[in-house]
Structure formats: C-alpha cells, structure tokens
Design a protein around this ligand. Structure first.
Ligand code: ADP
Ligand code: 5GP
Length: 402
C-alpha cells in the first residue's frame, strides 16, 4: 500500500537542491525529482545506529514505492548534497568526509538499473561509490581445470606482491587440503550464497563441476581499493558474465598443449576423486570450444612450457598496464563540507565547500569532471577527475588537478 508524501516534502521538491535536514537530531533527507518520480534519500546517525534508506514517491499515483536497493551503500552519512546528472544517476556527496570517500552515485535509470528492473519486476536503485582517477583493469583468467591457471597466478603474485591481488571467490565446494578459508576461497553453504546472489552481492556466479562458484563485488573492490590490480580465476561462463557487466577487464584464456597433457596434469595434482576428474575432463572439452568463441577473450595462451607461458603472460600484462594509480594520497586528508553543487554544461560540477570544523584549511571550491566515467553499479564508478579552483585577482581562476 502506498502512502502519501507529507505536504512539507512535496512543497520543497525542486529537483536539484537538498531539502534541509534536522541537524539537531542528525537526521537528513534529500529529494530529487527524476521524471514522474521523486527519489528520497534519508537516514540517521543516531548513537552509532546509523541507517540509510532510499524510497521513491510516484508523483502520478501519489504513493510511495519501496525499491530493491542494489550495490554497496555508504556505511555512514552525516548529511549529504545531491545533484541529478543527465545519465540516470544522482550524484551524492557526503558531508564532512575526506574527498576520496565522499563521492557516491545513486543509479536510478542506468542500463544496469533498467535491466534489473526487468529481471526483478520491482523499482530498483543501485549505489556505486565514486573513485577519483582510473584503476588498472582487472585481469580475468579462464581455462579448463588443471591447465595451470592457479600456478601462473601464484607466480605473478609471488613476483609482484604489491602489484597484483587475487579476487577471492565464494564456492560451495569443500576445501582441499592446504586450502584456507578467505585466502583461496570463501567456502560457504549453498543457501547462504544463493541469498547473497539474490541480494545482488555478486558480480558473476556459475555452477561449475556441480558446485556454485562466484565473484562477489566486494572481492574485486577490496583488491582494487588497496591499489592493486585484481586477478580473477573464473570459468568461461563467469568470464562471459563479466564481459556483459560494467567491469572493464582484460580477458585471458589458458589452453593446454593437448587434451592428454591436461588429463595428466589433473591426475598428477591428485586433488580430486576419479569421478570428479572425469567430470572435469568432460567439461574441459566444452570449455576449450567456448574459450575460442569470437569476442570473448582478448588473448589465448598455450601453457606448454610453464616458464615460456609465464613470460608471455607478463609481457602482455605489462603492455596493457594502465599508468593511472587508484590511491591518490593528496585526496585522503581533504575533509570537505560541501554546501552546494552547481552543474555546468560541460560535464563539470562545482562543489562549493564551507568550513569542515577540523580547523584544517581546505580549498572552498572544487571542480568535479564526470566526462570520463567508467564502470558503475554494481561496482565502483571510476574515472572521476577532481580539480581545486583558486580565485586569483581580476576574476582569474587557477585550476589544479588533484
Ligand atoms: P588450474 O588452476 O588451472 O586448475 P593448476 O595451476 O592447479 O591448474 O595446475 C594443475 C597441475 O599442473 C599442477 O600440479 C601444476 O603444478 C601443473 N602445471 C601447471 N602448469 C604446468 C606446465 N606448464 N607444465 C607442467 N605442469 C604444469
Ligand atoms: P577449483 O574447484 O579447481 O578451484 O575451480 C574449478 C573451476 O571454477 C575453475 O575453472 C575456476 O576457474 C572456476 N572458478 C573459481 N572461482 C570462480 C568464480 O568465482 N566464478 C566462476 N564462474 N568460476 C570460478
């Protein structure tokens, strides 16, 4: 049953500016009109029991709609400012947070949200954290079981521990000897994993050799947030799903020199029962065919001699290396208190800041460039560029990239 929007709320809806919040009770609420709907973001920071909620007021039927909320939402808000962008996103800037943790997007009409609305049959909104700069592209590695994916990945991680990080998947299969929970996999129960999948926590998942495997959004973002390049070891179905997602990755398929050699490696590893080996070998034939399907993988490597294959892998990763780094220390200590935002026609947004109460002097005007956004829900939104704007004499501004 819908509920009418309170009159004071409807009167104050202007589509762009935040509605004043009750600073005494630390409650906050903003309303943003998008076509026939008003998106209300509200919450409280009450005695550690903080909550954030999104609801939608349908201005045609004059009733409240409770949307399915996907993506990772901000852990805390002490108030925020909103601005409707013209690409189905509402920009949400948290108050009194460092610049690298204050820019968020609430997607209300992006392709991802549209697709989820169709799938779920409900209203959908999706949170996505904004990240300044671009992260290096994650690396998806696929190939049949026993081909040597794990061996190659381990070599990379060992040689470049500060450069590459492994995306720890979830699986319902039992741990092998020496496999550690949270390191090799998050070993989990099917019902729990299915619930998390329904709650939109997974970037991709697939049934592989009779068990459920999946990459959580958190697994990829944890690696990327640490400034490392994320490596995903997933099957071909998973690679296909990631290709279709908003994650901009590089896709590598590893082939064995022959089917006989694959069988030999799988048996020599001695980690599976005979029945499981048979199942993995049956699936390998289909995977080898799939791996060659046009447009799915960017590179196909044959793992014949391990060292030769490893050198080729390193070379192709180096040539694809993205010069941008994710963590920009200059933004970490800039705690900003955005008082209002102004949109310019050229995809630049001016963030006007008041004093942040910390006593540390920060610039009062920033410019946010959103012309090169990448990614988005259910993961992070990257490609944001931030500049400080300093007023000099005679109306001249000095603009400096952070
Ligand atoms: P995957 O992760 O693809 O299932 P693994 O990395 O576990 O495969 O490798 C399977 C087995 O094959 C392991 O015992 C590993 O030591 C061995 N192996 C990996 N690459 C080679 C290679 N190029 N030549 C011979 N054996 C290999
Ligand atoms: P294993 O049981 O040998 O560790 O893995 C079996 C297969 O599952 C491998 O092909 C591996 O790439 C794949 N796999 C591991 N994690 C994931 C995941 O998160 N998603 C998908 N789709 N496949 C995965």
């Amino acid at each position: 049953m819908g509920e009418e929007a309170p009159e004071h709320l409807l009167n104050s809806l202007d589509g762009h500016l935040p509605v004043a919040c009750d600073s005494e009770s630390k409650d906050y609420q903003t309303s943003t009109i998008v076509d026939d709907k008003t998106y209300v973001v509200e919450g409280s920071e009450d005695g550690g029991k903080s909550w954030i909620n999104v609801k939608i007021f349908d201005n045609l039927t004059r009733s409240w709609l409770i949307p399915t909320v996907l993506g990772m939402k901000p852990v805390q808000l002490k108030g925020h400012s909103t601005l409707l962008l013209n690409n189905g996103r509402i920009l949400i800037v948290k108050k009194d947070y460092p610049l690298d943790d204050c820019i968020w997007f609430l997607e209300v009409d992006t392709p991802f949200v549209k697709e989820q609305k169709k799938l779920l049959g409900t209203e959908v909104v999706a949170w996505s954290k904004g990240v300044i700069g671009s992260a290096p592209k994650p690396i998806v590695i696929s190939g049949p079981s026993g081909v040597g994916k794990g061996t190659l990945i381990n070599k990379l991680m060992k040689e470049f521990p500060s450069k590459y990080g492994f995306s720890v998947s979830h699986t319902t299969r039992a741990p092998r000897e020496k496999e550690l929970d949270g390191v090799h996999y998050h070993f989990t129960e099917r019902s729990l994993m299915e619930k998390d999948i329904r709650d939109g926590k997974f970037l991709e998942f697939a049934s592989v050799h009779g068990n459920l495997y999946g990459t959580s959004i958190e697994a990829v973002e944890a690696v990327t947030d640490s400034g490392k390049r994320c490596i995903l070891d997933i099957d071909v179905q998973g690679a296909r799903s990631v290709r279709a997602s908003s994650l901009d990755a590089i896709f590598i398929f590893i082939c064995p020199p022959s089917f006989e050699e694959l069988e030999e490696r799988l048996r020599a590893r001695a980690t599976e029962t005979e029945e499981q080996v048979q199942k993995r070998l049956r699936n390998a034939r289909a995977e080898l065919d799939e791996g060659r399907s046009p447009g799915l993988f960017d590179h196909i490597l044959v793992n014949d001699d391990l060292e030769t294959c490893y050198e080729t892998l390193k070379k192709l990763l180096a040539s694809d290396e993205n010069a941008n780094t994710l963590n920009q220390p200059t933004t970490k200590n800039l705690k900003v208190h955005v008082s209002h935002m102004e949109s310019r026609a050229d995809q630049k947004i001016l963030l006007h800041c008041g004093t942040n109460g910390t006593g540390v002097k920060v610039p009062s005007l920033f410019m946010l460039d959103i012309s090169s956004l990448k990614g988005g829900a259910p993961g992070r939104t990257r490609g944001l560029n931030v500049y400080t704007v300093e007023s000099l004499r005679d109306g001249v501004n000095r603009i400096k990239q952070l």
